[in-house]
Design a protein around this ligand. Structure first.
Ligand code: BES
Ligand code: ZN
Length: 560
């Protein structure tokens, strides 16, 4: 039972969707039809999820009714069916404020000349642009025809087939995606490539040059990549996430284009979802850790294989520390892997807990049973549940039967915090950074040549009440072009009231819409009266450029 959907897939199950859509940039509207093919048509009613859709007509039905709008779930669309009916066609258009769409003005893009549109369906935003059974428990295939105005390029997380898109492997609704803009393509190898606006496409090609190597790395461990092509799409900076694992076409923030491949663990992460998430999918948003915990585990294995053990250890250690830091700010009830979400927006359950605590659980099991056996288990898990949506209980039953172990699974999954006996990531490089940080804080000089992004991040996070002016003078953080380092620097600048960084802070908040960066910065600002005023002033200017999902998050912070 999925508390985030009105649809009743145990009654009728949609199996295939044909989409026919026109993109109207002038009115910020998608309009057209969705034809849904289903099983179980002896039932009298099909219930679909919608949010802010304008339903014009339903073909092949005896009637329809749009129910009252729930602030989280949207409105159920109840469609009356004649006996034996196996399809309906819904004619509809979207709202300019659709929660799963962002319509960008030309000045919000890299090229500044053409508008841009992209979707973000996870968690429950597909319903704001397609009427469907919006639950990850239901998988569909689809075909789509998308008409775009003059010269603009449409891409979807799907296969291109003539003038259409199609996906022949069944996917959950949260993976349906579309983007339209002035896009160019560069190949990265046989199966991989990158789409981006012309001003960034070559930088993206260089940054993502290791994509094919990453694909081979996962395939060696967990079996063949089953989705045909693996392309990346670099979005404008307002994209609210780091990445989104849309099948065949990962959507990515441009903030990972650091110039030195130092932030490509995001590519490893989204690629890993081609197994954990897209192949084996969480059945409800309470089981989200099955998607993200497994994906972070696989991501780190890719990083180890492609970039070496040292880099993996640093990233795992950074993740471990950030997990503790975040858990300290969360209510205990949010520090569990299986998260009860009734009455809550599933986007609220997105903390580091499902990611890092989930990955730590898998690492802990791996340490007990040994890597070889754990890999055999994981590979058979992906095969056994391929193209299915599963619950935490089904995972647990499978784990207990295939790989008996003494890890206290119930404590990990249903209790807050990290149980004793967890496999703690260790990094020798970070021990050296800790020593350097101590030396620097007592006024001494330090040797920094060859430090990587991960080392700088660790260094900064270790400093307590640092002399900000001295840091900037010696290391020029204000000029860092690395978004992770810049965000960390700005966070520290707010904490210590370091005025010279405030102009850069405002520029950052007005140009980047990635929620993971925005949320800590606004939260930190809101801690003091002066900061609150600054936050309000900046947010007023920045808000129109943010994605509806980021707006909802920051509105929530501001209202507290
Ligand atoms: N699937 C998530 C993004 C997501 C989660 C969107 C929940 C909507 C609701 C994606 O795979 C992800 O985890 N992205 C991370 C990056 C990753 C490297 C941790 C992000 O966006 O920061
Ligand atoms: Zn993920």
């Amino acid at each position: 039972m999925d508390v985030h959907s009105w649809s009743q897939p145990d009654q009728i199950r949609v199996r295939h969707i044909d989409l026919d859509l026109d993109v109207h940039f002038d009115r910020k509207i998608l309009g057209g039809s969705a034809t849904l093919h289903f099983d179980g048509g002896s039932r009298p009613e099909l219930v679909l999820d919608t949010r802010d859709l304008d339903i014009q007509a339903v073909e092949n039905a005896s009637g329809f009714e749009l129910g009252e709008r729930d602030p989280i779930l949207g409105s159920p669309l109840r469609i009356q069916l004649a006996p034996g009916c196996s399809w309906v066609r819904v004619h509809y258009s979207t709202s300019p404020l659709a929660s799963g769409l962002q319509w960008l003005e030309p000045q919000q893009t890299a090229g500044k000349r053409h508008p841009f549109l992209y979707t973000q369906s996870q968690a429950i935003h597909a319903r704001s642009w397609i009427p469907l059974q919006d639950t990850p428990a239901v998988r569909v295939t689809f075909r789509a025809r998308v008409r775009t105005p003059g010269g603009l390029h449409a891409v979807m997380g799907a296969e291109r087939a003539g003038g259409q898109f199609k996906i022949e492997r069944p996917i959950p609704s949260y993976l349906i995606s579309l983007a339209v803009g002035d896009l160019e393509f560069r190949p990265l190898g046989e199966r991989a490539g990158v789409f981006a606006e012309p001003p960034v496409v070559d930088a993206a090609r260089r940054e993502f040059a290791d994509t094919e190597a990453m694909m081979r790395a996962v395939e060696e461990m967990y079996g063949p990549y089953r989705w045909g092509r693996y392309d990346l799409l670099v979005l404008p900076p307002s994209f609210p996430y780091g990445g989104m694992e849309n099948p065949c076409l990962t959507f990515a923030t441009p903030t990972i284009l650091a110039g030195d491949k130092s932030l490509v663990s995001l590519v490893a992460h989204e690629l890993a979802h081609s197994w954990s998430g897209n192949l084996v999918t969480n059945a409800t948003w309470s089981d989200f850790w099955l998607n993200e915990g497994f994906t972070v585990y696989v991501e780190r294995r890719i990083i180890e294989k492609v970039y070496g053990r040292g880099r993996e250890e640093m990233e795992a250690a950074l993740g471990r520390r950030e997990l503790d830091r975040e858990m300290a700010t969360l209510p205990e009830t949010d520090c569990v892997l299986y998260l009860p979400l009734a009455g809550r927006d599933p986007d609220d359950g997105v903390t580091l807990v499902p990611y890092e605590k989930g990955a730590l659980l898998l690492r802990t099991i791996e340490r007990e049973v040994g890597r070889e056996r754990f890999d055999v288990f994981l590979r058979s898990y992906f095969d056994h549940f391929a193209f299915q949506s599963i619950t935490t209980d089904r995972f647990l039953a499978y784990l207990r039967s295939e790989l008996p172990n003494s890890v206290p699974l119930e404590d990990w999954i249903y209790r807050p915090g990290i149980p004793p006996g967890a496999a703690e990531p260790q990094s020798d490089a970070f021990s050296r950074i800790a020593a350097a940080a101590a030396r620097w804080q007592s006024g001494g000089p330090i040797e920094i040549s060859g430090w990587t992004t991960q080392e700088w991040l660790h260094f900064l996070r270790l400093l307590e009440h640092p002399d900000m002016a001295r840091l900037d003078r010696e290391f020029h953080f204000s000029e860092s072009g690395n978004s992770e380092i810049q965000q960390q620097w700005l966070l520290m600048s707010i904490r210590s009231g370091y005025e010279p960084a405030f102009a850069a802070l405002e520029r950052f908040l007005c140009s980047v819409g990635r929620r993971k960066f925005l949320k800590p910065l606004y939260t930190e600002l809101l801690k003091t009266r002066e900061g609150r005023e600054r936050a309000r002033r900046i947010y007023q200017r920045a808000r129109p450029g943010y994605h509806p999902i980021a707006q909802t998050t920051i509105d929530g912070l501001m209202a507290r």
